[in-house]
Design a protein around this ligand. Structure first.
Ligand code: ZN
Length: 221
């Protein structure tokens, strides 16, 4: 078998992002990449349906029963041969009993690896563990534990769920509102938990958000 095909725009994004091992991808590059992905998929407003996006890239999204003591929270493969256990060449495994936020989060994170770390030629297999977990010896080669690579996938995930060109106009419309209310609105409109929204916006705007403070448009720069 051969690997499943990958749209040309994905190849372009991989070429543009292409981080050297141990380096972080710039905020601008990740914003550009996500903008391109949304454009190619005609996504013009939040929330970004990441399951649908993954489906359009040929992924099977598989609900799995990861036992709690395995510490596994996500799994992604993109290979030339079918994984014989799950009967798929390209899939994202998510914990079937987790809530929808977590499922979306896992899919978006794994798509980050797809856009950043995968290539059309090589097989890719990656299992994501909870960060406090001891990873079994036999799974270490495919365990998701390279710190910098993880940061890149997380930054990509947050940008994919909260694209800056959507977020910016969303915030502009909420001048002088309390951050607590804004975070509630982000949760509702972008479908991300409040703490994820807070974390992402604090990094984007380089400020510390407290719920009672009001958002000032000048913070957008
Ligand atoms: Zn990861």
């Amino acid at each position: 078998m051969a690997k499943l095909t990958t749209p040309m725009y994905v190849e372009h994004i991989r070429r543009d992002l292409n981080p050297e091992t141990g380096t972080r991808i710039s905020r601008e590059k990740i914003e550009e990449a996500v903008k391109r992905i949304l454009f190619e998929n005609m996504i013009t407003s939040p929330p970004v349906n990441v399951q649908k996006l993954a489906g359009s890239l040929g992924f099977d999204i598989l609900g799995m029963d990861f036992t709690p003591d395995s510490g596994i929270i996500g799994w992604m493969e993109d290979r030339a041969e079918e994984n014989e256990y799950v009967k798929s060449q390209r899939f994202i495994g998510i914990e079937k009993n987790s809530d929808s936020y977590r499922k979306i989060n896992t899919v978006a994170h794994e798509l980050g690896h797809f856009f950043i770390d995968c290539s059309s030629q090589e097989d890719y297999a990656n299992i994501r563990f909870r960060c406090d977990q001891n990873i079994p010896e036999e799974l270490r080669p495919i365990a998701d534990c390279d710190y910098c690579r993880e940061e890149n996938a997380e930054a990509f995930k947050n940008e994919l769920l909260m694209p800056w060109h959507f977020m910016r106009s969303f915030l502009e419309q909420r001048a002088n509102m309390k951050w607590g209310e804004i975070l509630n609105a982000v949760k509702e409109n972008f479908f991300v938990p409040r703490h994820t929204a807070k974390y992402h916006l604090e990094r984007k705007l380089k400020l510390t958000i407290s719920h009672e403070d009001r958002f000032e448009v000048k913070a957008l720069g």
